[in-house]
Write a protein that binds this ligand. Structure first.
Ligand code: UDP
Length: 471
């Protein structure tokens, strides 16, 4: 019997990152029972119900611990959420060191797997003599961009949002400067330098675990392995597609599913902007009117308006969102759609036969869930790396349609209606459905016993088994 290997994983206080990390751990130990995992979570305030529900689903073989919570009022205000998350990670470092010390005192640890944005925790891998891995809950294209970012930063002298030539990252679809992650578009953004430092620290990693699969990003993966692993000896493991296996909140399930049960197959557009995406009031109005104008069935998860697109990312909104809909909208569309406040059981909705399309903010978890549940998409990126995901989905994989924003950054109702009808009624929607089915099959194959992701996880496990301690 293989010797027990103990590893610790550390996430960041962001639901979608924690959820992805947890699913990764579940898959790892289901394939390699001799690996014991402890999940360590820095937190801001008290953990959200969504994350506590997820933790309740953990098998008893995965331990978890919350670090001493950082108080929201101790974080800098009026800064991008990414900067707040970084502060929370920094403030959690003493408590993290204690947690590691405690773990090591009971059983020797082999490796630390850190979320890409908790990379400050890397400092401790040397101190504790551990292998260090980065878990990236995102695409190989994003990893490529992050690894090249220090050199892009040197080459491009203006702000990326003003850079008119497409950026060519080896193996990736050329990308416009204004499709880079939102925090990287302007050098004056407080997050810019932090991300740059973070990317430089990536060179300290022994390897990267990426939630994607080789078959979906072949050229990118090939280029990454050629350009990166060659010189730095870091391994890149494509371990996805890892998606939520159960609902993270059951509260709205019966209502959503009951409503979907009454609809025709592939007839409903599901509309959601992830765990914290928000729209300004004007855009909520246009979206409501666009949905109505399309005449198509819809299931819309709605939050109160916010002028920031990441308005509810770290702090949940409380006002009743329904009061912000245009006058008479709910009455007029009562036979056409269902509006669900705040949260819905996304994977159940996407896996329902009535769901025929997903208007998504292109968070990576939502993207993979849509692919693996075979649902064509309309891309509506808001923040973080979501514009890059939208480019991959539309120009790279051709499994989504991308509506146009006007010069004021608003998608108008006519455009919304047209894109929805294109996806649900036109031939191009059918073609997308066929392509996404092929991609889904490739994803399913990657997870099979001899599939690429399963093999990648085995290589990761072997690397840990052979680890004799850093010299
Ligand atoms: N999610 C959900 N219900 C909701 C909104 C989101 O279950 O109403 C889940 C969704 O299934 C996904 C995650 O939350 O697993 C959102 O992650 P993603 O990476 O798509 O976006 P983010 O929250 O990071 O913006």
């Amino acid at each position: 019997m293989a010797q027990t290997i103990n590893i610790a994983v550390v996430s960041v206080p962001v639901f979608s990152h924690q959820a992805s990390m947890i699913e990764f751990c579940k898959r790892l130990i289901s394939l390699h029972q001799h690996i014991h995992v402890t999940c360590i979570f820095p937190t801001i305030g008290t953990p959200t119900p969504a994350i506590t529900t997820l933790l309740e689903s953990l098998p008893s073989t995965i331990n978890h611990t919350f670090l001493t919570p950082v108080k929201n009022e101790d974080l800098p205000q009026d800064v991008p959420p990414f900067v707040q998350v970084q502060h929370a990670v920094s403030q959690s470092m003493p408590s993290f060191r204690n947690a590691l010390r405690l773990l090591c005192s009971t059983s020797p640890l082999t490796a630390l797997v850190v979320d890409a944005f908790a990379d400050e925790a890397f400092e401790l891998t040397r101190e504790f003599n551990l292998l260090s891995y980065i878990y990236l809950p995102s695409s190989a294209m994003v990893l490529s961009m992050l690894l090249h970012f220090p050199s892009l930063n040197d080459k491009v002298l203006c702000d990326f949002k003003d850079h008119t030539e497409a950026l060519k990252i080896p193996g990736c679809i050329p990308i416009q400067g204004n499709d880079l992650p939102s925090d990287l578009q302007e050098r004056s953004n407080l997050a810019y330098e932090i991300v740059l430092e973070c990317c430089k620290r990536f060179s300290l990693a022994d390897g990267f675990l990426v939630n994607s699969f080789s078959e979906m990003e072949q050229d990118t993966v090939r280029a990454l392995k050629e350009h990166y692993t060659g010189s730095n000896k870091a391994s890149i493991y494509l371990v996805g597609p890892i998606i939520q296996t159960g609902s993270s909140s059951e509260s709205n399930m019966s209502e959503c599913v009951r409503w979907l049960e009454k609809q025709r197959p592939n007839s409903v557009l599901y509309v959601s902007f992830g765990s914290g995406g928000t729209l300004p009031q004007k855009q909520i109005n246009e979206l409501a009117l666009g949905l109505e104008l399309s005449g198509q069935k819809f299931l819309w998860v709605l939050r109160p308006p916010n002028d920031s697109t990441e308005g509810a990312y770290l702090v949940a909104a409380k006002d009743d969102p329904l009061q912000f809909l245009p006058a008479g909208f709910l009455e007029r569309t009562k036979e056409q759609g269902l509006v669900v406040p705040f949260w819905a059981p996304q994977t159940q909705i996407l896996s329902h036969t009535s769901t025929g399309g997903f208007l998504t903010h292109c968070g990576w978890n939502s993207t993979l869930e849509s692919i693996m549940l075979g649902v064509p998409m309309v891309t509506w990126p808001l923040f973080a790396e979501q514009r890059m995901n939208a480019v991959l989905l539309t120009e790279g994989l051709h499994v989504a349609l991308r509506p146009k924003f006007n010069e004021n950054g608003i998608v108008e109702k006519e455009e919304i209606s047209q894109v929805i009808k294109g996806l649900l009624l036109d031939e191009k929607g059918n073609e997308i459905r066929q392509r996404i089915e092929i991609l889904k099959d490739a994803g399913v194959d990657a997870l099979k016993e001899d599939g690429s992701s399963t093999r990648a996880l085995s290589q990761f496990a072997i690397r840990m088994e052979n680890f004799q301690g850093n010299p």
